[in-house]
Structure formats: C-alpha cells, structure tokens
Design a protein around this ligand. Structure first.
Ligand SMILES: Cc1ncc(C[n+]2csc(CCOP(=O)(O)OP(=O)(O)O)c2C)c(N)n1
Ligand SMILES: [Mg+2]
Length: 625
C-alpha cells in the first residue's frame, strides 16, 4: 500500500477536492469550496491546508471568507438548495464561539433537508493544554465540548480524536450528504491538535470518488394500493413539496397531472413545481395559501403529498383537510414523512413515484367538471393577485405592490429569496413563479438573517441568474454582513429591503392573539411612560449597506422602485434598494388558520377576546388516524 504523509487538515482538504456526486448520468463536484473564519482552533490546521492547496493547485478547494459562521452555513444551504442537493460547500470554524455560531445554520440545513458539511474545530484531543482559550469545561463529563450542541441539529456527527478515525468519518459524512432521505448537516469536529498532526495516509483515500444519488423506486404494492385509492377518488388534490424540485420531478409532475387532471397545490419549498399559470396549478396551500388551493383542500377525498413533510403551515395546523374520510398517499424518499397522517407510504424518489403512479393510472382521469372547477378557482385567485399587485395604496405602498414590482421586473429564470417575516407568506400567496428554481423561500426554519447570506449562496450556485433578496428591516438587522462577502466576491445580488419599522408579521400575529403588538415596533423608550412607545427609531439601513460597499437607493413609491430595479440590472456588484411600506396592509386572506395558543387565563380584555376566537377555531383541528 502506498502512503502519503500529511496532516489531518491537509488530508481533509485533499479528500474533499476530489469528491463527486452523480445522478441521471450527470456528475458534479460534491464540495465546491470551503467557507472559513480562522481562529486559533483552525488557523494552523485547516487554514494551513487550505493555503497550501490554493498555492499548489488553485481551485482544488477554493476558500471563501465570510463574516459570520451562522451566515456561512446559510450560504452553503442556499447553494445546496439551488443545486438540487447535488453540490454543497464546506464551512470551517475555530473552536468555541466560532463553532457554536454554526449551530443555528446546522439546524436550518437539517430542517430543510439540505446537505452542508460543517468542520468546527474542537478542543485538544490530548487535553495537554486544557482549558484552552474558549473551552467550556464540563465538570462531570470530560469528553463533552460545546460542539456536542450540534448533535440534535445534524444528521451526522463525529469527532476525530485520532488521525486513524478520519477516513471512516469523511466517508460517513459523504454518504449522508448524498443520501436524499438522510441528508442535512454533517458535522466533523476536528480538535485543534489533531488538525496539525501528521499521518501516513493510504493513497486510496484521495482517489476521486463518485457518490451516486439514487432514485429509489417505490414498492410495487404501494403503487398499486395508491392507484386503487385514486381510482375511487372524485376530488383528489396533489400537494407538491420541496422533494418535487430537488428530485427534478417537475416534468413528471406535469405529465402526471395533465393526464389525470389532478390539481396541484404547492408548499413553500415546492412552489415552482408548476408554472403559476398552468391549468392544473392552484398555487400555495395552507396558512399562506390561495383560496383556490384551500377550497379544494377542504373537500378533497384523497390527498397526494409528494416530497412534503406536512408542516403546520401546509396543513393549516391540521384544519385544511376537512372531509371526514380524507385519505393520504405520501410519496417521499424518507419513510418518516411517507408514514405521516396514516397515509399510504410510497417510499421513493418523487420522479420515480410520479412516473409509476402515472403508469398505474393510465386511462383514468378526474371528471371534466372537477378539472374546470380547479382552473376557475385558480383564475379567480390570479385576479386577486393582480389587484394586490396594483393596489395603489398611499401615502406608502403595500408590501403586495413591492412583490408585484419585483415580479414584473424580474425575468422568468431569476430567483427571489426570502425567509422570515410577513414577506414569505405574502410571496407564497402572490409570487407568480415561472421556473422551478425561481422561488427560494427558506420556510423550514424561517430563520431571520438567512435572506442575504442564503441569497449569496444562491448566486454562487447560479451566477447566470439575477437574484432578488427580499428582506425585512428586522431580518436585515439580524444578519446583513454577508453583503461584504458579495462585494468581495463581485457577486451581484439585488436586495429589496422593506422598511416598515419593526415586525409587521409578529405585530399582526400579536394583535390576533390579543398581545396588542407588544414589543414589535422599532420605537424609542418613552421617558414619560417608561415603555417602548416613543418616536420611531431613526434607522437608515441603506446608509448601513452603503458603508459596506453596496450601491444603494431609497424609494417611497412603486414607480421609483421599478425604476431602481431596472437601473440595478446594469450595476456590477450588490445593490440594495430600501423601500418604505405601510405595515398595516395585509395580503389577501387565505381563509385558513394557524394554531398559536392564546393565554387561557388573563387580566387583559384583548386576550380574553383572542382566546374565545382561538377556542372556536381549534375545534376544526383533527387527527388523521
Ligand atoms: C432568528 C429568528 N428569530 C426570531 C424569529 C421570529 N420572527 C419571525 S418574523 C419576525 C419579525 C421579522 O421582521 P422583519 O424582517 O422586519 O419582517 P416584517 O415582519 O416586518 O415583514 C420575528 C421576530 C425568527 N423567525 N427568526
Ligand atoms: Mg419589518
């Protein structure tokens, strides 16, 4: 056996540079680069290795500098989602705070089933220097470090205490990253001393390796049972989740529903599965759904979930599907999701499942009247969208008009990115999606601060597309610093910053639950009342972005916004357009419900009223057993 002597850090870099993924005969680099923020935990280990690789073999594993460790995981997740999970980025940090800063990013990736490779440094394996700077000593468990906080939020966790453990650890992490059912955050903790330690590695570790991403074919009996169920259905509804898009099953979906006439509703991650104006498309479903999808859901007798994990937003907290005998058919790569709501579990790849179901249902279709009903409901919603786009609200525009402006200026293949606040729900209802990759709303973790960092990752994954990041002032203040990375990497993203002086979303929710918008507006503490009810804070976030090197524009009308968006198309680096909106104008109603429990006993009249409404609504919540 030939061996190569190098450090653990050097071995990690050399290994990652030659990993590839493959699906449908197409190969991709599995790990395209490595974000990193250096500290004493990794500067001499992985940092040295990345430098050596850059000098010896530029591009082998390109290093990207980020501002914040959480943000770099968001960027990696955005990248992986844009690449349909076939490629990702690694994220390397120092020990302690650098490492734990990634925990939120890890959770986001795992919730959204997106592959990211996290390489946090860890405290000395030898313990000869303990306690090292930034080491949290667990008094009763000496093998615990802060990195154990990753365990509940990742799909793969390892700590490489000796060089000999590294090959199995790396191979195990690659397997999880490329397994469509298991994928999420893979974490390999690299103790500071181990990273710099040399070892004689078998050269086989560094041979190019191809990880085949399978298209698991569902069990024939599950397909037969599902087809029999569907043949007896009069009002079936298909709910397309993120799995449809990751599996590149949109063509199969279209063929399936054109043949059967089954209408298609979309979750946040599944939006774009069909173009918005396809005759079978009824748009968003659930709490932030269209009245078309929600009306069909109410009376559906069979619901086919494809690549969805049935969150409360999709099921309207289990009130969306109201027919007493409604039955579920769940096509999912993960048996965990396929088994939900006592559905017929069709465990397999979304494309393979849709093709198999299509074959099993050949010659069968829903009634023409049901087809027509779905199309008519969707048309009616589209008129609602047109009105919301052109509201003409004054003196400040409504958020729906901002969405309309971005939609009209953007090209069909451009990407809109969002994550938290009132914007994701409004986009879900109102964005007219024209391309399966044109809609990128992170709503599994709905993490404030994902927007700009995630948008950066989207642009890195698809530099040929224009990327529009829609971000609230709250999310901007949570995490905007990757604008600097966009400047540094000459990456063009257009950020539309919606300034409404606080949390419009939680303000409105607070109102609904009787909490009087408490703590949701950006106002001074008032010396007279002692409360946060003074004047509005003098925030100028455009000035903040300008200070980071971004081209900025401030607008207060839709005409000015459209002009600024048009002008932004020819700017080379990142652009931020700050638009002021009226936070009190809501998007058109979904005729849906979200379960947010209200205080059962209270001294406030507002809460008493809200609790009454809550008690009335929750009676609609049901089990599917
Ligand atoms: C990291 C994180 N913290 C808290 C929340 C809860 N939360 C959801 S939306 C929101 C307010 C968002 O404000 P902004 O970005 O201004 O959007 P707006 O509600 O005004 O549309 C908060 C605090 C969250 N989603 N993520
Ligand atoms: Mg806001």
């Amino acid at each position: 056996m030939r061996t190569i002597r190098m450090t653990v850090g050097q071995a990690v870099v050399r290994f990652l540079a030659v990993q590839r993924s493959e699906r449908d005969g197409q190969e991709h680099r599995l790990v395209e680069g490595c974000f990193g923020i250096f500290g004493h935990g990794n500067v001499a280990g992985l940092g040295q290795a990345l430098l050596q690789a850059e000098l010896n073999d530029p591009g082998a594993l390109r290093y990207y500098q980020a501002r914040n460790e959480q943000a770099m995981v968001h960027a990696a997740a955005g990248f992986a989602r844009m690449r349909n999970r076939l490629s990702t980025l690694a994220c390397a940090t120092s020990v302690g705070p650098g490492a734990t800063n990634m925990v939120t990013g890890a959770a986001l990736a795992t919730v959204n089933r997106l592959p990211v490779l996290l390489l946090p440094s860890d405290v000395f394996a030898t313990r000869t220097a303990d306690p090292v700077l930034q080491q949290l000593e667990h008094w009763g468990a000496r093998d615990v470090s802060v990195n154990d906080a990753f365990r509940p939020v990742c799909r793969f966790f390892d700590r490489v205490q000796r060089p000999e453990q590294l090959p199995d650890s790396l191979l195990g992490a690659m397997r999880v990253l490329t397994d469509p059912a298991e994928t999420g955050a893979a974490v390999i903790c690299l103790p500071e001393d181990v990273q710099a330690e040399a070892f004689d590695w078998p050269d086989g570790l560094f041979q190019p390796r191809i990880w085949r991403v399978p298209r698991m074919v569902p069990d024939a009996s599950a397909i037969a049972t599902s087809a029999a169920t569907l043949r007896g259905a009069r009002r079936p509804l298909l709910v397309a989740g993120g799995g449809v898009i990751y599996s590149e099953a949109t063509g199969a979906l279209r063929a399936f529903v054109e043949a059967t006439g089954i209408p298609v509703a979309e979750t946040q991650a599944g939006k774009g599965s069909l173009p918005y104006d396809h005759p079978q498309a009824v748009g968003a479903i659930g709490v932030t759904g269209t009245t078309a999808a929600n009306a069909l859901a109410r009376d559906a007798d069979v619901v086919i979930g494809v690549g969805t994990r049935w969150t409360d937003f999709t099921t309207a907290s289990r009130t969306a599907f109201a027919a007493p005998a409604v039955a579920f058919v769940n096509c999912n790569v993960a048996s965990f999701d396929a088994a939900k709501h006592s559905g017929t579990a069709v465990v397999g790849d979304a494309r393979a499942a849709l093709e198999a179901l299509g074959t099993a249902l050949e010659g069968w279709s829903v009634d023409a009247s049901y087809r027509g009903e779905a199309t008519a409901l969707a048309r009616r919603w589209d008129e609602v969208v047109s009105r919301a786009y052109g509201l003409g609200h004054a003196p400040l525009p409504a958020q729906s008009e901002v969405i309309g402006a971005v939609n009209s200026v953007s090209g069909p293949a451009d990407v809109v990115v969002c994550a938290a606040g009132s914007m994701p729900g409004d986009l879900h209802k109102l964005w007219r999606t024209r391309d399966p990759k044109g809609y990128h709303v992170e709503y599994g973790y709905s993490c404030m601060g994902y927007e700009i960092a995630g948008g950066l990752g989207v642009k890195m994954a698809a530099p040929e597309r224009e990327v529009y990041v829609l971000v609230g002032d709250g999310s901007y203040l949570m995490m905007a610093q990757e604008l600097v990375t966009a400047v540094q990497e000459h990456l063009k993203i257009t950020v539309v910053l919606v300034k409404n002086n606080g949390f419009a979303s939680i303000g409105s929710l607070s109102d609904t639950v009787g909490s009087q918008r408490f703590g949701t507006a950006y106002r001074f503490r008032n010396p007279e009342t002692g409360r946060l009810d003074g004047d509005l804070l003098p925030l100028d976030l455009a000035a903040n972005a300008a200070g980071l090197g971004v081209t900025v524009e401030r607008v207060e009308t839709i005409e000015a916004l459209v002009a600024a968006l048009d002008a932004a198309r020819s700017v080379a680096g990142p652009v931020l357009i700050q638009v002021e909106t009226d936070p009190l104008v809501s998007a058109p109603d979904s005729e849906s419900w979200w379960d947010v429990p209200v205080a059962e006993v209270t001294e406030l009249a507002s809460t008493t009223e809200a609790r009454k409404a809550y008690d009335a609504s929750r009676t609609a919540r049901r089990w599917f057993l």
